[in-house]
Write a protein that binds this ligand. Sequence first.
Ligand SMILES: *Cc1c(COP(=O)(O)O)cnc(C)c1O
Length: 765
Amino acid sequence: MSKPLSDHDRKKQISVRGLAGVENVADLKKNFNRHLHFTLVKDRNVSTKRDYYFALAHTVRDHLVGRWFRTQQSYYEKDPKRVYYLSLEFYMGRTLQNTMVNLALENACDEAVYQLGLDMEELQEMEEDAGLGNGGLGRLAACFLDSMASLGLAAYGYGIRYEFGIFNQKISSGWQVEEADDWLRYGNPWEKARPEYMHPVHFYGRTEHHPDGVKWVDTQVVLALPYDTPVPGYRNNIVNTMRLWSAKAPCEFSLKDFNVGGYIQAVLDRNLAENISRVLYPNDNFFEGKELRLKQEYFVVAATLQDIIRRFKASKFGSRDIVAIQLNDTHPALAIPELMRVLIDEEKLPWEKAWDICIKTCAYTNHTVLPEALERWPIDLFQTLLPRHLEIIYEINRRHLERVSSLYPGDVDRMRRMSLIEEGGQKRVNMAHLCIVGSHAVNGVARIHSDILKATVYVFKHTYRNTMLTRDLYIHSPENFMIFSMMSLSFEISPKLNRLETNDMWPISMASWVWNLKLVVSDDYVLLNSSQAAPGYHTAKMIIRLITAIGEVVNNDPVVGDRLKVIFLENYRVTLAEKAIPAADLSEQISTAGTEASGTGNMKFMLNGALTIGTMDGANVEMAEEAGEGNIFIFGMRVEDVEAMDAKGYNASEFYNRIPELKQAIDQIAGGFFSPKQPDLFKDIVNMLMHHDRFKVFADYEDYIKCQEKVSALYKKPKEWTKKVILNIAGSGKFSSDRTISQYAREIWGVEPTLEKLAAPDDPK
Ligand SMILES: *Cc1c(COP(=O)(O)O)cnc(C)c1O
């Protein structure tokens, strides 16, 4: 798959990329050999590919160190407003190539590796993905770190160093099987443990109310051990920090049990505390109210706030300006009551002053309107795990409802709707309401999503307008982001459009990577599917099984098997997305209008040369605007149509009985055409589609098929197709995460992005 380049190809590559500095190459080789010898403790007789990868990673990492020191030193001296991005997920993928590109070391490293007789691509394949995320929300956080560094913001990412990231998916007899993601097994060359900056985090216990304040006592302590990962900006010599916390039992942990279970048991029980950072919950857009997850959420928040406050107190200009804390969904929402607790119980500030600081500091990004994703923690769990925080939340709610009732006397229904505490059945804390009330800015992730949110959140805005708290509920308009390093492409292409021969563009989307899968692609249509099902999500797993079953039948069909392939790409993850997305010609973004907040794959495909077939949902709306409505295939119900259908009642059988091909497809699935050995295998899916499909997919079916016919007709005219591709790429500039972060900086955080560069330190010799 990846043989070393021929001399001819290598010269061609160098002449395209510009010659790497000769001295630099010599130093890189020298340092590579030094790391192989002294860091990996290997010589070339016994070195494996993985050793070579680690030697290269360390060689590249050396170039970050001086820049990292200088950046942090400059923040200490200039004391700019600090931005803290709090997230339970950072879906980083691999680091080596991104670091080489951002430091402009790629050509020199390619050359050094070549001269050492090694193959760069093979070494890169040895790097484990940092899969500390489920999907869009986590990848957004990773892109934001990159952009914050590239725009010179004094920013920090804070999260959890999960020992196990998102599971590895194997497909076995067509079924998804999950395997533990032991990504740290061989060590992580990009992180540095900082045991000297450990913080205690308290759980359980009870509160004592004294005349001089409240004490939270009899708690169990877990230590938060920070691991720092450098985040280089794009060629500006700035290196920011992502700090991830790992749970560590204190030395005296379980000492109380010493006499009961004995010393050995006490040491074994340290695992209980350290389980907090063991594993990422593999739920995307789904709330599973587990105690361990609530512990994770408090763990990251409590450790991070101690860091923020320590840094604030050490800052040169003191209270000149407060910091900005951005909450990536409600997962780190406990930052609000925790900041109140620290300011009131420890710093002895009065409530009003503390609340003012809290609101000015915090801002909240909402990621979905689907009710099953909203975090609503049972009060009992809170009472046991975080008794002081529950008291503070009750007090926030008391003051909040007092304001509501003074504005709307007697409007009991409104009080119930706006309360932070949900009554009726099991009492719960509504974390989204906590975030809305406790921050100065709320934003959605695409224009249509923000518009839908406004309807929900409007009541809150109205309550707080013209009040003593001078905060405005801010709904952010469009904001999207882009993954992968092609961000300047659209700006370069626009002026060149007239000169570009459309045929020049054709090869870039022609599945060179899919070819590596040993498919014969010429004249074929290849349907690529790749996705992970949450381990507990039955329907999602059955959908994967249905796709693999369809593949088994279609790919072996004597008539169609040579013209159409249905391929399920195992183990979707960042490195797979980076390869598969540029290989696609058509991107299907077909959520029922009003259900996808933004989507992010849609924008990645657009920038990477695919056309889109999609509904008017999420970022598709703005993509149509930017590319031009004639350059995207839009079909299906609009949000208003969906609402009208909800009012009238959706009846799947109506569509099933009226549309013969739909009936045939469903009958085939139901009758075992794709599962001859087990004809009723997909009965649950069919039952769901026919009787309780929240997404009403049959209602969009007819229009979808008509639209696909238009897609096929255009695909037969390569010049016209390619022209639309170019117009899409040219129109994708808005979806850069740099653009998004500039907007967050100005409109939410009150800081100005800079394009300033720091001076480069000397290269390692
Ligand atoms: C972008 C991305 C996602 C999210 O894609 P959506 O289209 O927003 O659902 C998930 N996983 C990976 C690996 C990604 O790169």
